[in-house]
Design a protein around this ligand. Structure first.
Ligand code: A3P
Length: 324
């Protein structure tokens, strides 16, 4: 067994969980799926058991502060990039020359911005604190929902997010562990049974919240950020209460941040080629092509159509559209 396989086997082994989690798992609906042997449905969304335990833990223990910033996404929708951009924008006073010396040069973005469902949310003590999560809106810890935290949600079109997950699982040897075909995986994805799925409901809930509560929830699209990263970093910084000044823009601060956080720059750093996260995952697994519409290389027309049909049905009457 390779190291990454051993780590994932341990993470997914149901016998390691707390008694409370095991009891819950015994009566929750479960579905054979592609990310773990079984996914479990909790509060309307599907989780592998290790992540469900993290969700339960954060719902019980996470204490939000009004100044917290929470970055939310479905898996493979641009989480790593958003973490880097927000971290670099918020810390731009301390790290003025980001291309020469910057924490992002030695740390993967996931090490600087922890997931609240990953048990290590106690480690940050700067203000504002930046956290991330893949949790759906209704399952966020009560302390977040009752606070005036700022939430930035990054959305990606379902075909690219699906394909990104497919390749991610391949890199982590998860597909081999669970043993499923792409047809089975698309079918599970479309019936909602994917990690933190249904993918569409996840995005729609945050999109609706961003319209009802625009001061606290900003909805951004990965594809739009790819097309105009500087515009979006400016909008995000403004939303977070730390707008870029004209002087900073003239001095190239914004441009430097976008360069520092680019896929090309981050993916070539040693920490992102040879590093590992605390849970043992290889950091290189988080970087690939980052293409808008890159799904065309991987999905057959039939499978793409299956996802499109689901998208069409899910969005009826919502007024929401994914990018491309
Ligand atoms: P692809 O697999 O399509 O290339 P997440 O961070 O949510 O896990 O999403 C991973 C996706 O974001 C991958 O997409 C990855 O290549 C892309 N990505 C990672 N870092 C990026 C960056 N700095 N800029 C743009 N895209 C990035």
């Amino acid at each position: 067994m390779t190291n990454s396989k051993t780590t994932l086997s341990k993470l997914l082994a149901e016998s390691n969980f707390s008694q409370e989690c095991k009891e819950l798992l015994s009566y929750l609906p479960k579905d054979r799926s592609f990310f773990a042997e079984y996914l479990y449905q909790y509060q309307g969304f599907w989780y592998p058991p290790n992540l469900l335990e993290g969700v339960l833990n954060s719902q019980k223990h996470f204490q939000a502060r009004d100044s917290d910033i929470i970055l939310v996404s479905s898996p493979k929708s641009g989480t790593t990039w958003l973490k880097a951009l927000v971290y670099a924008s918020l810390h731009r006073q301390e790290h003025k020359t980001p291309l020469e010396s910057h924490p992002l040069l030695d740390n993967n973005p996931h090490s600087l911005v922890p997931f609240i469902e990953a048990f290590n949310f106690h480690t940050q003590d700067t203000s504002p604190r930046i956290f991330s999560t893949h949790m759906p809106l209704a399952s966020l810890p009560e302390s977040i929902r009752e606070s005036s935290c700022k939430v930035v949600y990054c959305c990606r079109n379902p075909k690219d997010a699906f394909v990104s997950l497919w390749h991610f699982m391949e890199k982590l040897t998860l597909k081999e562990m669970v043993g499923c075909t792409m047809e089975e995986m698309v079918s599970a994805f479309c019936r909602g049974s994917s990690v933190y799925g249904p993918f569409w409901d996840h995005a729609l809930e945050y999109w609706e919240e961003s319209r009802e509560n625009p001061k606290n929830v900003l909805f951004v699209m990965y594809e739009e950020m790819r097309e105009k990263p500087e515009d979006w970093v400016m909008r995000i910084a403004e939303f977070l209460g730390c707008p870029f000044t004209e002087r900073e823009i003239e001095d190239g601060v914004l441009e430097d941040i976008v360069k520092l956080c680019s896929l090309e720059n981050l993916s070539n750093l040693e920490v992102n080629q040879k590093g590992k996260l605390v849970n043992g995952m290889e950091t290189k697994a988080f970087f690939r092509k980052g293409e808008n519409g890159g799904w065309r290389d991987t999905l057959t027309p039939l499978l793409a159509e299956e996802i499109d049909k689901t998208t069409e049905q899910k969005l009826i009457g919502s007024g929401f559209r994914f990018f491309c």
